[in-house]
Design a protein around this ligand. Structure first.
Ligand code: NAG
Ligand code: NAG
Ligand code: NAG
Length: 588
C-alpha cells in the first residue's frame, strides 16, 4: 500500500520533468488545445475552471491527467472544441451560445474584474482577456462592457515542432453586453495562422518567456544586488576581525591572570570566564528546543537541495508548480534528517522521553501547515476555485506524510537516539546556578533580537522583492545562481551575528544563551513578514478574501520556515563558538 503511494508520488514528480519532450506533428495532425483556467488579472492565485463561464463547451468534458505540480498550481485542463490542424490556416465558427440573464451578469462581473483565460497548446500557455472594458468621459460617464467572441491564434512552427503560440482578440469587433435582448445569442469564432520560424526547439522556453501575456516589470538591478553583496561581505569581515581581536585579548588576560593569580583578583571576577560553570547548563524545554533544531536542519537540507536542482536547470521554467511539487516530496523524504538531529540532540542533553520528542518534531511544521492549508483550502473550495485541491491530491499528500514522512522521522529518531553520542563539554556545570546580573537596555533580549533579525534581513532585502514578485506575481525567476549566493550569504551573516551577540551576552555574565541565540537570528522571520505586508499593500494589486488569506497564510508559514532554519544555523554557530572559547582558557 505505502509502496504504491510512493510510486504514484514519484511518477507525478517525474512527469513534471520528463514529459516535456518535444512532440512532433505531421501535416494534417490535430493540435490539441486544452482550456485551463480563468481568473482576475491581479490575483495570481485565484483561478477558476474555464468551463465555469458560459462559453462553448463539449457535451462531455474530458479532463487531462495532470502532474502533481500542475494540480498544486491550480491547473485543471480540459479538452476544448478548437479544431486546429498542423500548418493549416483558416477561420471557423466554434459554436453558438444563448446567454441567459444570469450568464450575461456572470460575464459582466468577470470582465469588470479583468478576467483573463489560459489555454494550453502543446504545453505552451496561451492567454488573453475574456472581454474589454470601456470607460468614457467624466460627464456624462459611460461604462461599457464588451465580450471578445473571436480568438485569433498565432502559432509559430519550425519543421514539425510548435515553437510558440499566442492568441489575439482584437481582430473582430467585440459583442456589447449592455442593455441587450435576453437571451443573447453569441456566435464564437476563431481563426488560426501558422507562421514559419527559424527558432529551434531549444529556444522555445526563452521565446515563451520573453513574449508572455503578462508584462515584465521586473528589472534586475544588478548594481543594487552587487552593492548589497559587497556590504554584506564587509560586514562579515568586520565582525570576524573584531571578534578575533577581542577574543585574543580576552584569552591573554584570562590565561596570564591565572599564572600570577592572587595579584589582582578583582579583574578576574568579570567577563565570560566566571560563568564557565553555568554556560553549559542545558536550557529549559529541551524537547521543543531539539525539535526546532531537527526541523530547521531538515529545511536547510531541503532548501539547499531545491536550489541546487534549480541551478542544474531541472525545473520547467514556464510553470511554478514543479518547484512546489518537488518541495512537497523532498519534505517527506528528508524527514529522517529532522528525526535524527532532534533525537540525537535530545539524547545528548539528557532527555529521556524520546517518543514525545519525535512526535513533536514531526508535528512542528506539519501541524501549522495543515491548519493553514485547511483554512485556505476550505475558503478556496467555497469559492469554487481551482486552487482547492481535489480529494485525490489531498489523499496522496496525506499518504505521503503518513507512509513516508512520519515513518522516516521515527527511523531517523531511533538512529539519532542510539548513535547520538554524548555532549562533551569543556567545563563542568555546577549544581547551583549563578545569579545573573541586571543588564542595561541595549543588552536586553529584545534589542538582541532586533539586531540579530535586522542584519540578515537587510542582507537579503534587495533579493526579497524579486522573490516575492515571482512567488506572488507573474514573474519568472531565472537567477537561481544569484539566489544561491544570497542564500549562502544569509546563512553566513546569521552565523556571524549570532556569534557576536552570544559573545556580548556571555560577557554580561548571562549564561542563558541557548534560547537567545535561536531567537536573536530567528527573528529575521518577523522582518520578512513585515516586508511581505508592505509588498502586499504597496507593490501588488491583490484583492479579495481568498487571495488575501492565501497570501497571509502562506507567507506566515514561509516566515516560520525562515525562523526554523536561521534559528538552527544561529544556535549551531553559537554552540561551536562557545565550545571554542571555553576550551581555550585555562581551568583552575
Ligand atoms: C498561413 O498564413 C501566413 C500569413 O498569411 C503565411 O505566411 C503562412 O505561410 C501560411 N501558412 C500555411 C501553412 O499556409
Ligand atoms: C437561441 O435562441 C433562439 C431563439 O430564442 C433559437 O432560435 C436558437 O436556436 C437558440 N440557439 C441555441 C444555440 O440554442
Ligand atoms: C503573437 O504572435 C505573433 C506571431 O508570433 C506576433 O507577431 C505578435 O506580436 C504576438 N502578439 C502578442 C500580443 O504577443
Amino acid at each position: 500500500m505505502a509502496a504504491v503511494w510512493v510510486l504514484l508520488a514519484l511518477t507525478a514528480l517525474v512527469a513534471d520533468y520528463c514529459l516535456v519532450s518535444a512532440t512532433s506533428y505531421k501535416e494534417g495532425d490535430k493540435v490539441l488545445v486544452y482550456v485551463n483556467k480563468v481568473g482576475p488579472y491581479f490575483n495570481p492565485h485565484e483561478t477558476y475552471h474555464y468551463y465555469q463561464l458560459p462559453v462553448c463547451r463539449p457535451n462531455k468534458i474530458e479532463h487531462k491527467r495532470l502532474s502533481l505540480g500542475e494540480v498544486l498550481d491550480g491547473d485543471r485542463m480540459a479538452e476544448s472544441l478548437y479544431d486546429i490542424t498542423f500548418r493549416s490556416n483558416g477561420s471557423q465558427e466554434l459554436c453558438k451560445v444563448n446567454l441567459s440573464e444570469s450568464d450575461v451578469e456572470l460575464l459582466r462581473s468577470a470582465i469588470e474584474d479583468l478576467y483573463y483565460f489560459e489555454f494550453v497548446l502543446d504545453d505552451i500557455p496561451v492567454r488573453g482577456f475574456i472581454g474589454h472594458l470601456e470607460e468614457g468621459g467624466f460627464l456624462p460617464h459611460t461604462h461599457k462592457i464588451f465580450l471578445w467572441s473571436h480568438l485569433h491564434f498565432n502559432i509559430e512552427y519550425n519543421k514539425d515542432h510548435v515553437i510558440y503560440a499566442n492568441v489575439t482578440t482584437k481582430d473582430q469587433l467585440p459583442v456589447p453586453l449592455d442593455g441587450t435582448a435576453i437571451p443573447l445569442e453569441v456566435t464564437f469564432t476563431y481563426s488560426v495562422k501558422w507562421i514559419p520560424t527559424e527558432l529551434g526547439y531549444e529556444q522555445r522556453a526563452t521565446r515563451i518567456r520573453d513574449d508572455s501575456f503578462f508584462p515584465k516589470n521586473l528589472e534586475i538591478h544588478w548594481l543594487s544586488i552587487i552593492n548589497s553583496l559587497v556590504l554584506v561581505f564587509l560586514l562579515i569581515g568586520f565582525v570576524v576581525i573584531i571578534m578575533t581581536r577581542v577574543l585574543k585579548s580576552d584569552f591573554a588576560r584570562y590565561n596570564i591572570e591565572d599564572e600570577d593569580d592572587a595579584d589582582d583578583l578583582d579583574s578576574d571576577d568579570n567577563g565570560w570566564k566566571i560563568i564557565r560553570t553555568d554556560v553549559f547548563r542545558f536550557p529549559p524545554c529541551k524537547n521543543l528546543f531539539c525539535a526546532i533544531l531537527g526541523v530547521g536542519s531538515q529545511f536547510l537540507a531541503l532548501a539547499t537541495g531545491i536550489l541546487l536542482m534549480a541551478l542544474a536547470g531541472v525545473f520547467n521554467v514556464h510553470r511554478h508548480g514543479a518547484i512546489n511539487a518537488t518541495a512537497v516530496i523532498l519534505y517527506a523524504f528528508t524527514s529522517n534528517i529532522s528525526g535524527f538531529v532532534a533525537a540525537s540532540m535530545y539524547k545528548k542533553m539528557g532527555g529521556d522521553n524520546w517518543v514525545w520528542n519525535i512526535n513533536l518534531t514531526s508535528a512542528l511544521f506539519a501541524m501549522p501547515f495543515f491548519l493553514v492549508w485547511a483554512v485556505i483550502n476550505s475558503v478556496a473550495w467555497a469559492y469554487g476555485t481551482t486552487r482547492a485541491l481535489p480529494a485525490t491530491t489531498v489523499i496522496l499528500l496525506m499518504a505521503l506524510w503518513l507512509f513516508v514522512g512520519y515513518p522516516l522521522t521515527v527511523f531517523g529518531g531511533i538512529l539519532g537516539k542510539n548513535y547520538g553520542g554524548s555532549f562533551d563539554v569543556p567545563c563542568r556545570t555546577k549544581n547551583i546556578a549563578r545569579e545573573i546580573p541586571r543588564v542595561p537596555w541595549y543588552r536586553s533580549a529584545f534589542v538582541h533580537c532586533a539586531i540579530g533579525g535586522f542584519l540578515p534581513f537587510s542582507a537579503i532585502s534587495v533579493e526579497l522583492y524579486y522573490i516575492f514578485a515571482t512567488l506572488w506575481g507573474r514573474e519568472q525567476y531565472t537567477l537561481f545562481g544569484i539566489l544561491f549566493i544570497v542564500y549562502g550569504i544569509l546563512l553566513s551573516v546569521t552565523a556571524c551575528i549570532s556569534i557576536a551577540l552570544t559573545y556580548f551576552q556571555l560577557s554580561a555574565e548571562d549564561y542563558r544563551w541557548w534560547w537567545r541565540s535561536m531567537f536573536s537570528a530567528g527573528s529575521t522571520g518577523v522582518f520578512v513578514f513585515l516586508y511581505a505586508l508592505f509588498y502586499f499593500l504597496k507593490r501588488s494589486n491583490m484583492s479579495g478574501l481568498l487571495q488575501t488569506l492565501e497570501f497571509l497564510g502562506y507567507t506566515a508559514l514561509t516566515c516560520y520556515v525562515f525562523f526554523l532554519m536561521l534559528a538552527t544555523v544561529s544556535f549551531f554557530a553559537s554552540l561551536k563558538f562557545v565550545r571554542y572559547i571555553y576550551v581555550n582558557i585555562k581551568m583552575d
